[in-house]
Design a protein around this ligand. Structure first.
Ligand SMILES: C[S@@+](CC[C@H](N)C(=O)[O-])C[C@H]1O[C@@H](n2cnc3c(N)ncnc32)[C@H](O)[C@@H]1O
Length: 275
């Protein structure tokens, strides 16, 4: 049971961003691909930003549409994950990701990203690692994701990467079956925030990490803690997975904690519970 204390904000200023969730509900009715970009009102809300990836001396361009809701904005954990991937490429020996990314597969690494939002993590991962990445999110988010993938097609081709866009609503068994078996690693950034999403996300992780023969697959999650209640997510996750902290940013911008990066993997020497 969640106590009142669990609802206390840990990171006040950043938690305020979640108040855009009201806009998110409306966003489900908006087809972003058909927004008239010549409309002054909408054009003012369009934002396209460059992210320099030092290890490959290239830039990734991302369009954000903040007025459309939280799925159309870049969240702090995304940039932490991109920085880690970039650092891994430059200095693999000292990277916290080296144990996860050093396997010689003889083919491009296949990555699945959950809750991709604007797609920065998946697109950057593809370019940095020369990987095949499937970026996923709720259906109404996909037009902007496709836009961002398309805008970066040249940099992806230059570095041997490729990115697919797919609908994956957490806990939706049909969506998960379509993607099943096509990845070596699962990524996510800032995907733990609303408590009603904890169980669908965990169900999705159980499907990909514990299902079939892929029990060595891991989930790398960058997370900015905002509320104490998020400990509930981690408690439930630890029933099924070994959860290890592999990186922690120093706090910044008035936050009490920085972005933390976790590795989730099937429990060692123990069968995971079925539910
Ligand atoms: C806080 S945003 C983070 C976006 C992006 N990963 C980032 O770090 O910038 C959470 C993302 O999870 C997605 N999401 C929320 N509920 C979902 C669900 N039930 N199934 C799939 N994705 C969901 C949202 O659409 C949104 O893109």
């Amino acid at each position: 049971m969640i106590s009142e204390e669990d609802d206390i904000e840990v990171n006040g200023p950043l938690a305020e961003q979640l108040q855009v969730q009201d806009g998110e509900a409306q966003a489900a009715d908006i087809d972003v691909a058909h927004i008239n970009i010549h409309s002054v009102a909408v054009a003012e809300q369009l934002r396209q930003q460059d992210y320099h990836i030092a290890s490959i001396d290239s830039k990734v361009v991302i369009r954000q549409l903040p007025s459309q809701g939280l799925s159309f904005q870049l969240w702090p954990a995304a940039t932490t994950l991109v920085t880690l991937l970039d650092g891994h490429r430059s200095h693999p020996a000292t990277s916290p990701l080296s144990a996860l990314l050093s396997a010689q597969l003889g083919r491009p690494l296949r990555i699945l990203e959950l809750g991709s939002g604007t797609g920065l993590v998946g697109i950057a991962a593809s370019a940095i690692l020369g990987a095949h990445v499937t970026v996923t999110d709720l259906p109404h988010v996909l037009p902007n994701l496709r836009f961002n993938v398309e805008v970066n097609s040249s940099v992806l081709a230059l570095h041997g990467g490729s990115v697919d866009v797919a609908a994956l609503s957490w806990g939706d068994i049909e969506d998960m079956k379509v993607i099943r078996g096509e990845c070596d690693l699962v990524l996510g950034s800032d995907v733990v925030y609303h408590d009603h999403l904890y169980d669908p996300l965990l169900q999705t992780l159980r499907f990909f990490l514990l299902g079939g023969e892929k029990r060595r697959m891991v989930f790398v999650m960058a997370h900015m803690r905002r509320w104490k209640k998020e400990s509930t997510f981690f408690k439930r996750a630890k029933k099924h997975f070994d959860v290890d902290l592999i990186h922690a940013d120093a706090p910044s911008n008035g936050a009490r904690v920085g972005v933390q990066v976790y590795r989730f993997a099937a429990k060692r020497n123990k069968s995971a519970p079925s539910s």
